[in-house]
Design a protein around this ligand. Structure first.
Ligand code: C2E
Ligand code: MG
Ligand code: MG
Length: 705
């Protein structure tokens, strides 16, 4: 068994899809058993793997959006299958792409396909059974079934005629399934169907039988006691002397001997190896049952999605084995809650689900959520140190928030994301508003993909004015999107979606190139050497700019990189995204200005900025606006400005709309203002005109105001 290679265990249900295809269009309402897709671009290059979990959550998204940001380490076809199975169990991953020695994509291997191959190979007496089948065939051709041969085998055997009417079953079949021969011989075999396989499944079996005369695989059958269980079945077609189908012979691998193997298989297939909790497959099964049960009884139930907060950080900083042990502890604690919750499962890395039956009253759900948070709040002692974990919970309810598994999952997930926004340890119930929000985001995400090609983006420029001289000393580049050429969409709305789906890389690159193109024009006009252009930069563009360095792009356009300022929000700098600090340092060293955007809205403090090559601080417009409210709000702005000065930073006030603000800001020593008072964002030609015009007379403005 050790010599079994990965390339022999490929998951044949995996489908190849193009990056712009949608799950919804492919699969439709009648889901097939497919649960993994390999995504290829137009040139046939393999891009990544998408599982049906991601896809069913967001059926309207194209596959390119669904590819996991961090692709798993691929495997080589000649690797050992048993080693890979161990790795997959350890990493709790279910699907991996397989490549050959030349790095070419061969296919997908999945936990299920590995297991199926192992189970299949471990079938005892395979050759014996083959011999039996051919013997059987001869006998059947002689139109007589030898009861002797069949009764003496411990393999269960079922024979049907060409129209699938049961002709014969042996004793082993009765022992395994509970059906006595007298009850079922003569009946159409269809009643054995478990309901687990779609129509396509059986059609495929018969297509294979027609082509090759033989089919082998796992089939779930309905037992006499109403339970269902998987069997490894070999089916052969027997033809009569004219070549017409005479009968089908199905042989079930020795069920008694495989019992323990199956128990292990079932456990692997339905339970998570790390925590011992039910896994995603069992969860989906139970969710289906819960829906059926509640629909029949007219009751309500709740689905809870729980996601540990910042678990990725735990893994990254303390190591995966620490993360695993932490999950084990959390799993143990959740098991204790099983009495309150009717189902607790782990469906992914740090994601857990709870199903609570008969919870018509949201207060019941809240009290269980509180119990969950209480369990998590206890310190976890590992390696002698205490750690804490927190989580966010999203809730969707049947039938109010959805009547299908897909809708309930999607809505609980949306509520969970909302809970994350609410901060540590929040539980959020799904609401219609959230639904609309999710749909809106999906819609934006789809349209964004076309926007670049369709040339729907443009740049607006908002002047930055010196509060002492009144001169326009710079401009911020602001992205504008005319959806379908006519509907303006605010960047505050689409930038977060672009970040979430990864399109921000391509969009940010376009903004940078377009800015460079215009800066080249400005340089040709011999404008003031001090004039600088500020470009907003999302930290999520970083991975893109590793391949396409910013400085290189600027150099391509032959412009001076000191003309540029990069605006980053303070949170971007403090989440310590890998490589971000080096990136900022490299730009700073080359003379690119670094501005902290929307300062005051994030979590950082001014003194932590001193380690970074920051040159400018932009005070968020909310603070400028609030200055009129109270004395203390003014003091906050004053404190920000004086601390920035102590660190040698220039201060830009955002959202300046009134003359009195200019007067206060000048008094506090703020150097630059940006806002509607001076100018709204304008197009490039208007900016050039403005640069030609005389400076704003700040003194006169103050006197008038
Ligand atoms: P931001 O970088 O803080 O940009 C300033 C925003 O404030 C702009 O909104 C601007 O139109 C608005 N604004 C300026 N003066 C005033 C004022 O006096 N009063 C009021 N009420 N608003 C004023 P906009 O253009 O809607 O952009 C929103 C945000 O979208 C930007 O905030 C920035 O974070 C993001 N964004 C815009 N363009 C880009 C881009 O090219 N790349 C990235 N990554 N983000 C961008
Ligand atoms: Mg900005
Ligand atoms: Mg800002």
């Amino acid at each position: 068994m050790d010599t079994l290679l990965v390339s022999e265990c490929l998951d044949l249900t995996a489908r190849r899809v193009a990056l712009d295809q949608r799950y919804r269009d492919l699969v439709g309402v009648n889901q097939t058993s497919t649960n993994v897709f390999s995504v290829f671009d137009d040139d046939g290059t393999f891009l990544g793997v998408v599982t049906d979990r991601q896809a069913t959550l967001f059926p309207a998204r194209i596959f390119a959006d669904l590819i996991a940001r961090r692709p798993p380490e691929p495997v080589q076809g000649h690797a050992s299958a048993i080693q890979l199975l161990k790795r997959m169990r350890k990493e709790a991953c279910e699907h991996l792409p397989v490549f050959d020695a030349q790095g070419r994509y061969i296919g997908i291997v999945s936990m299920a396909s590995l297991l199926a191959e192992f189970v299949c190979r471990s079938d005892i007496n395979r050759r014996e059974r083959e011999a039996l089948v051919s013997q059987l065939r001869t006998e059947l051709e002689n139109r007589k079934i030898s009861a002797n041969v069949l009764e003496s085998t411990s393999d269960a055997v079922l024979v049907t005629d060409a129209r699938l009417r049961i002709q014969y079953i042996n004793r082993a079949f009765t022992a395994a399934t509970g059906y006595p021969g007298a009850d079922i011989v003569g009946r159409p075999a269809g009643f054995l169907r478990s309901g687990r396989h779609g129509r396509g499944f059986y059609a495929e079996i018969f297509a294979t039988l027609r082509d090759g005369g033989r089919w082998e695989g796992e089939v779930w059958l309905l037992r006499a006691d109403g339970s269902i269980a998987p069997d490894w079945v070999t089916i052969k077609t027997v033809h009569d002397e004219h070549g017409e189908v005479f009968s089908f012979v199905a042989m079930f691998a020795d069920i008694m001997q495989r019992e323990s193997l199956r128990a292990q298989y079932m456990h692997l297939a339905y339970y998570d190896s790390l925590t011992g909790l039910p896994n995603r497959r069992l969860f989906q099964d139970r969710l289906g049952h819960a829906i059926e049960r509640s629909a029949n009884k007219g009751t309500e139930f709740s689905l809870l999605f729980l996601d540990l907060n910042r678990f990725k950080d735990v893994n990254d900083t303390l190591g995966h084995s620490f993360g695993d042990r932490l999950l084990e502890v959390v799993g143990e604690r959740f098991k204790r809650l099983v009495k309150e919750a009717d189902f607790v499962g782990r469906i992914g890395g740090d994601e857990f689900t709870f199903i609570l039956h008969d919870t018509a009253d949201p207060a019941q759900v809240e009290s269980i959520a509180r119990r969950i948070f209480d369990e998590l709040a206890k310190p976890i002692v590992l390696n002698g140190t205490q750690s804490y974990v927190s989580a966010s919970i999203g809730v969707s309810r049947f039938p109010a928030d959805g009547t299908t598994a897909e809708a309930l999952i999607m809505n609980a997930d949306a509520a969970m994301y909302r809970a994350k926004e609410d901060g540590i340890g929040a539980c959020h119930f799904f609401s219609r508003g959230l639904h609309t929000k999710v749909l809106k985001r999906l819609d934006i995400s789809n349209a964004l993909h076309r926007a670049l090609e369709a040339n729907e983006f443009s740049l607006a420029w908002q002047p930055q004015v010196s509060l002492t001289t009144g001169k326009v000393i710079g401009a911020e580049v602001l992205l504008r999107w005319m959806r379908d050429g006519s509907v303006p969409v605010s960047p505050a709305e689409f930038i977060p979606v672009a970040e979430e789906t990864g399109v921000i890389g391509a969009i940010g690159d376009w903004v940078l190139r377009e800015s460079c193109r215009y800066v080249a024009k400005l340089e040709a006009l011999a404008i003031d050497p001090e004039f600088r252009v500020a470009v907003n930069f999302s930290p999520l563009q970083l991975s893109w700019h590793r391949q396409e360095p910013v400085l290189q792009t600027i150099a391509q356009f032959g412009v001076d990189c000191r003309r540029f300022k990069i605006e980053l929000t303070e949170n971007a700098l403090f989440v310590h995204e890998e490589g971000l600090l080096e990136f900022v340092r490299e730009l700073g060293a080359a003379g690119v200005g670094i501005a902290i955007d929307d300062f005051g809205t994030g979590y950082s403090n001014l003194s932590s900025l001193k380690h970074l090559p920051v040159t400018e601080l932009k005070i968020d417009r909310a603070f400028i606006h609030d200055m009129q409210g109270s004395h203390s709000d003014r003091q906050i702005v004053q404190a920000m400005i004086s601390m920035a000065h102590m660190l040698g930073l220039r201060v830009v006030a955002e959202g300046v709309e009134y003359v009195w603000q200019v007067s206060v800001l000048r008094e506090f020593g703020c150097e630059v203002g940006q806002g509607y008072l001076f100018s709204r964002p304008i197009d490039f030609d208007a900016l050039v005109k403005l640069l030609d015009a005389p400076a704003v007379d700040v003194q006169a403005m103050l006197a008038d105001g």
